[in-house]
Design a protein around this ligand. Structure first.
Ligand code: 5GP
Length: 194
């Protein structure tokens, strides 16, 4: 998506060779015009590639996935379900949980969602801001399996293609669509894969 790539080049800041900051338009301050276009593009792609298969809801993880996921859900006309991050396992039979290792914080959290919002047989789409090592997406897949819900596809705003996330998700036969794929990151340059 050219508009997004241009904005990454203009305003993205590589903290080091592994982490990109996009605080000014995606996950601290949000540019609603750009992220609306992101949501429209995810809706267009998945309507096309899933050949009109019904999507019951969009899921994301708090908090940085919420903006692109919300615009995608609005474009598709379906609810958005926000999976919560909890510090430790709570013993509660009303929730599904999966342990996820956070790439940015280097600690584990429990991805948590109320069972009542994921009904067996439903079909969902996951949207997130970044794909790095794929642990967040694998956590969502784990929860979908627990709930007997089908994860139809994963939409990623920025994929860091030099990390292992995409390979891990493709090994699970996931349909992964990333709007910008970065092949190399350094303080001086951001290189796109395509
Ligand atoms: P993964 O689970 O794929 O290793 O990491 C994905 C999650 O980590 C995303 O939800 C995102 O919030 C965060 N993340 C991973 N890499 C970056 C990055 O380079 N910049 C920012 N801002 N967040 C990242």
């Amino acid at each position: 998506m050219d508009l997004l790539k241009a904005r990454i080049l203009k305003d993205g800041q590589a903290i080091n060779e592994h982490v990109l900051k996009v605080d000014s338009f995606l996950n601290h301050q949000v540019d609603p015009v750009l992220i609306n276009a992101v949501g429209q593009e995810f809706a267009r792609y998945f309507a096309d590639s899933l050949q009109g298969e019904k999507i019951d809801k969009v899921v994301t993880i708090e908090s940085s996935g919420i903006a692109p996921a919300m615009f995608t859900a609005a474009a598709l006309g379906v609810p958005l379900l926000i999976l919560k991050k909890q510090a430790s396992r709570i013993l509660n039979s009303d929730v599904y949980q999966a342990q996820v290792h956070s790439f940015t914080k280097d600690l584990d959290y429990q991805l948590t969602v109320a069972k009542k919002y994921l009904q067996a047989g439903q079909k969902v789409l996951m949207i997130d801001d970044f794909l790095a090592n794929g642990q967040a997406a694998l956590g969502v897949l784990d929860i979908c399996k627990q709930a007997d819900v089908k994860l139809l596809g994963i939409g990623i705003v920025i994929e860091k293609s030099f990390q292992e996330g995409r390979a891990l998700l493709e090994a699970e036969a996931m349909n992964v669509y990333s709007l910008a794929r970065i092949s190399k990151l350094s303080a001086e340059t951001i290189t796109f894969a395509d």
